[in-house]
Ligand binder design. Sequence first.
Ligand code: SAH
Length: 235
Amino acid sequence: MKRLFVFSAFLSVLVLLSNSVQAVDWVSKRTQMIDMHLTPRGIWNPAVLKAMKQVPRHEFVPQHIRKLAYADRPLPIGEGQTISQPYVVAWMSQLLELEKGMKVLEIGTGSGYQAAVLAAMGVKTYSMEIIPNLAREVKIRLKKLGYKVEVRQGDGYYGWNEHAPFDRVIITAAANHVPRPLLDQLKPGGKLILPLGNVRYSQNMTLIEKDSQGKMRTSQHGQVRFVPMVGAAQE
Ligand code: SAH
């Protein structure tokens, strides 16, 4: 009996140890990701770096590919969709020039990783996902991890009128034009970012700034490749 007790105590210690070793491993993997892929490529914004250091990307990818979570690459998340590569998430977050307390609308929740990074930066995050299964799963995931993000299933082309206007809009799927309703739901002085171009091949990371008179200014920041925005964007 006593032996059995000692043995099971020993096993519990082993399990505890291996769990904590694993936890330390994720943290150092995130630090490595930042040092290897983000800082050298021009991510300098302290709030972005802090959020990327905190958010556990391995919780946003399927269990069997967790080991790859901190490589700088997109990964499959089911339903033919992908979680964007860490650099692109950091880059878009930095280009948006976010400030705490801002209201942000994301189109294309996917795994919820980008939304979690936004929430970790202290912005009020609203996110729309068109695929019902992904929307259902991501609501559970974000809640379990403690990220305050409002997720709604639906076609993000039309935005989220009840919560408009937004300080920032981020579209994380490729479109060949900027959805008009999303521009309309942007505050004067607001910014909208999206991969704009040929949805089958490649797009340009495009930032649109709306001035206080409602005039738009567009700048392009480099080639990217995203999964296409579906629904009304393709009509
Ligand atoms: N931001 C996500 C990755 C985006 S992948 C992440 O961090 O994981 C692009 C996502 O956009 C997919 O989940 C896709 O289903 C969704 N999507 C495509 N068209 C959409 C639309 N019209 N409205 C809302 N979501 C859309």
